[in-house]
Design a protein around this ligand. Structure first.
Ligand SMILES: *Cc1c(COP(=O)(O)O)cnc(C)c1O
Length: 388
């Protein structure tokens, strides 16, 4: 078999691997030596300014995680018990949980037939007088149909909170993801394109929310205004929590942001290589390759395949694992989760379930080699075409 030389020299390929893009450790040392490692230090400011300038966010507030950015967003929207929030079922827990913490009733939306993104065509039917917000998730860093979503939200007076956790440097109709909603949450978790280990950011595009965002992020105090000399003492002025990351985290993040174009270019090369090498599987009808939604760009956050069945996907994951390669499935539909199933309104969400059962993600990280990608593709092809 064509892969025999590879089999003779098995090398473990993880699904993801953290790496140093450049000066992360140097900047962390600088932060310590300069004597400021708590939140909102020089590196935090540098990251926020750079992100704001590059993408045109209203304000970019670094947070301790993407999850915290979503929780901050839910507080800013003043979500209250009984309010309804529309969220795709095929997403990470935090997308919904941030609003559940405020007492919201989650109304889950199905994915579309061609990609895991929520089906914007079916959104209108989910809106009721109690709906307060729509939370589109830019799956795989590819934008949802934000023109339709923003238009619908405006007509009904709803917040749009983009879950842009995977979407750094993504665009929809040439406008950056994270600038469409009044609020947008990004993640810098280890698995994302740009990482700080754990980290995140809330883009606050709505000017009227910016002052309160700063306060909630600083434990409900006007500490930031105090340090700018705008008030003569700082005190408790609203609800809040500690959502700001250490400047050590920001120093690491800055080392990655500086190299963003280089990181993105490398991911795109690997993504394109996967796409070309696996094309024959789509032609043969045994698996579907990712579909970039119309108008969206591809930030190469992840490469996935959609198998024909759960059994076939399990066989593929097992086949790759036997060859030392870690491929992984992704979300399990939240409307069927142990926590939420008793609260779901019973609507079937067949596309979300299909991606839960059939979608598999292949290794994609900065230090993966072209040769690795080709070996993985060979193994995937052998398995799905029954040549094993
Ligand atoms: C990663 C991710 C999150 C959570 O981000 P953390 O930084 O890990 O808290 C939320 N939503 C989506 C879609 C994600 O991919």
């Amino acid at each position: 078999m064509s892969s025999s030389s590879w089999l003779a020299h098995p090398v473990a390929i993880p699904f993801n691997k953290p790496y140093l893009a450049g000066r992360e450790l140097l900047y962390m040392e600088q932060a310590v030596r300069a004597g400021h490692i708590s939140g909102d230090g020089p590196f935090t400011r540098r990251c926020s300014q750079w992100l704001t300038q590059r993408y045109g966010f209203g304000r970019a507030l670094l947070t301790t995680s993407g999850t915290d950015a979503l929780e901050l967003a839910a507080l800013l929207c003043r979500i209250e018990p009984g309010d309804e929030v529309i969220v795709p079922s095929y997403t990470f827990v935090s997308t919904a949980n941030a609003f559940v913490l405020r007492g919201a009733r989650i109304v889950f939306a199905d994915s579309g037939p061609d990609s895991p993104h929520l089906d914007a065509e079916q959104l209108a039917a989910l809106i009721t007088p109690r709906t307060r917000a729509i939370v589109p998730v830019h799956y795989a860093g590819m934008g949802c149909q934000l023109d339709l979503i923003a238009d619908l939200a405006q007509r009904h007076g709803l917040w749009v909170v983009e879950d842009a956790a995977q979407a750094i440097n993504g665009y929809f109709q040439d406008r950056p993801l994270g600038t469409w909603g009044q609020l947008a949450a990004f993640s810098f978790h280890e698995t994302k394109n740009i990482s700080a280990g754990e980290g995140g950011m809330l883009a606050v595009n709505e000017a009227a929310l910016q002052a309160r965002a700063e306060i909630i992020r600083e434990k409900g105090t006007n500490r930031a205004a105090y340090f700018r000399g705008e008030v003569d003492k700082y005190t408790w002025v609203d609800v809040g929590s500690s959502f700001l990351p250490s400047d050590l985290t920001a120093a690491f993040l800055w080392g990655q942001l500086e190299e963003l174009d280089h990181i993105q270019a490398r991911r795109s090369q690997l993504w394109q290589l996967y796409y070309q090498a696996l094309q024959p599987l789509q032609t043969a009808g045994v698996a579907r390759l990712p579909v970039v939604p119309a108008g969206a760009s591809n930030n190469a956050h992840l490469f996935y395949l959609v198998c024909r069945s759960l059994a076939e996907r399990s066989r593929l994951i097992e086949h790759l694992r036997r060859h030392g390669i870690l491929a992984v499935f992704h979300y399990q539909s939240l409307h069927r989760s142990p926590f939420f199933a008793p609260h779901h309104d019973g609507r079937p969400l067949p596309h979300a379930d299909r991606y839960s059962d059939c979608l598999v993600r292949l290794p994609l990280f900065h230090e993966l080699s072209e040769a690795d990608v080709l070996r993985i593709c060979e193994l995937v092809t052998d398995c799905l075409l029954g040549r094993t």
